[in-house]
Design a binder for this molecule. Structure first.
Ligand SMILES: Cc1cc2nc3c(=O)[nH]c(=O)nc-3n(C[C@H](O)[C@H](O)[C@H](O)COP(=O)(O)OP(=O)(O)OC[C@H]3O[C@@H](n4cnc5c(N)ncnc54)[C@H](O)[C@@H]3O)c2cc1C
Length: 318
């Protein structure tokens, strides 16, 4: 475990926004995590924040007076295989797992091509894209309780996965240390097909998402609850068909943000992307306040239009 004091978090977060952390504790193994938590306890540190790639975090610009546990990819790959199980330390990227799977003729998570995430971040937020979710491929999760230092094991069911949600998101004391993925053994044509899907999804992101600017991906969750979908359709009955046929009875937040008139809107250095309206990009040295101003304006107009608030997908640390 490596300790760095007074570390500027904007340097490592995708958004390039964030204050200085009093301590950055770099962890590359379960033993490092235990050492880091020991350090936290001995120094009476109250605030602890795990960070993976930092691709879903909007952090305020003030001092983070606590310890950030940076899950950094270990030098030696920790992936092992037996039958159809691939085990990964939380700091590996999901792309590492996909590459390892391909090299060992496994398929199942190739849909996540181009999705920037560590394994820990992916499981915590049950990442998804192109109609798939990571929960379908998780067989076991290992975690440590920050408070008690107890090491715990979770079956897929015990993870309580939901749309961009899991028990690890609900209980902030749980630090994911490793994950077992259950994949499928593939023959050569299946493997080639999976590699094509992987590549196609990377290309799709390059064309349709503003990947040329710092961001945190989708700012808001799509609208999936039946009663909320109905509230929106009662205001905008013209999208009933597209909701049923294209969005699987959900409503895409990018569409709503655009229709509410926010596409291209600027606040300081931040902008609602022209390419994908559910992205707020850091166009020109945006501050935390610049981004939050746009988020709050969207929330207000949304509430005034539909009578309820949309839920942010980005993790905001005020
Ligand atoms: C260009 C772009 C495209 C994206 N596309 C998608 C997409 O298609 N689908 C999708 O679902 N998301 C997408 N995202 C969002 C993001 O990639 C995911 O949310 C991702 O899982 C975040 O992983 P991370 O490792 O970067 O976590 P971080 O951003 O570092 O952290 C996210 C949260 O998880 C916590 N955390 C991190 N590691 C651990 C751990 N080991 N144990 C417990 N808690 C932990 C953090 O404290 C934080 O609250 C996109 C983001 C970007 C920038």
């Amino acid at each position: 475990m490596k300790i760095v004091e007074q570390f500027p978090l904007a340097d490592i977060l995708y958004y390039k926004i964030g204050g200085v952390a009093r301590y950055l504790l770099i962890v590359q193994s379960k033993e490092d995590v235990l050492q880091a938590l020991d350090f936290v306890k001995k120094n009476n540190i109250i605030k602890v924040l795990p960070i993976g790639l930092g691709s879903n975090l909007l952090l305020n610009d003030a001092l983070f007076d606590g310890a950030v546990l940076l899950f950094k990819k270990p030098e030696t790959p920790l992936l092992t295989t037996s039958d159809s199980i691939v085990e990964s330390f939380a700091a590996q990227t999901l792309d590492d797992v996909i590459q390892f799977a391909f090299a060992n003729s496994f398929i199942g998570i190739e849909w996540a091509g181009g999705l920037p995430t560590t394994v820990g971040g992916a499981v915590r937020g049950n990442v998804g894209a192109f109609g798939s979710e990571i929960k379908k491929s998780v067989s076991k999760v290992f975690a440590i309780d920050i408070q008690t230092l107890e090491q715990k094991e979770f079956t897929n069911e015990q993870c309580k996965f939901n749309y961009r949600d899991s028990i690890f998101k609900q209980n902030k004391n749980l630090l994911i240390t490793s994950v077992e993925f259950l994949l499928q053994k593939a023959d050569t044509p299946q493997l080639e097909e999976a590699k094509k899907t992987y590549q196609k999804n990377i290309e799709y992101r390059k064309t349709n998402h503003p990947v040329e600017y710092p961001s945190c991906g989708s700012v808001f969750k799509n609208i999936t609850q039946k009663e909320e979908v109905e509230k929106i359709l009662s205001q905008w009955p013209d999208i009933k068909e597209v909701s049923e046929n294209k969005w699987h009875n959900k409503i895409a937040m990018g569409y709503i943000i655009n229709r509410l008139g926010f596409t291209g809107k600027i606040s300081g250095g931040a902008q609602v992307s022209d390419k994908h309206s559910n992205y707020i990009i850091n166009k020109n040295n945006a501050t935390f306040k610049d981004v939050v101003t746009l988020i709050d304006e969207i929330k207000k107009k949304f509430f005034d239009t539909f009578g309820f608030y949309p839920e942010p997908e980005v993790q905001i640390v005020y």
